[in-house]
Design a protein. Sequence first.
Length: 186
Amino acid sequence: MKTYFIQYRPFLLFLIKFFLVYFVLTFSYKYYLNHFDSVLLFQVDGFTQLVANQVNYVLMFLGYDSIIVPHTNEASIKLILNQIFVARVVEGCNALSVMILFVAFVVAFTGKWLHTILFIIAGCLLIHILNVFRIVMLSIALLKYPEQEHLLHGVVFPLFIYGVVLGLWVFWVNKFSLHVRKNAEK
């Protein structure tokens, strides 16, 4: 049994680090969300509000008549584009859960601490910016092709954001991870 632990030590350390970071960040995020009354007052958390505001600014910059208003029946923000209600921005649209997954993976595949911190900051910033543009593109697509909502919202745009995260992970593992360097030296 001891030989299995020795043999699979890198994998087990990866799992421990990944789940430890993932659970700590997830519980911290849930603690943050608990400060907002999404059930009775339909309050939207501050980060989701920030994302909705940034989407609105980008849409207006692109020349669209864009308005965001709080939803009166649920914890979300209504996005109205050219006087047509096209989407709701909900807590799940802010990509924080995607960033948590990203950070947990990067920390689990250890690199030098400075590289790790800088990559996490740059990666989360990139995920945030691309997420705002993802919502912008989705809103415009829903305005033009509302019948394709399931395909656009359920398939195309999640593939976009998760594809970016996967690309960042591959880049991290191949360029900065200490695990790759150890294996390259053998």
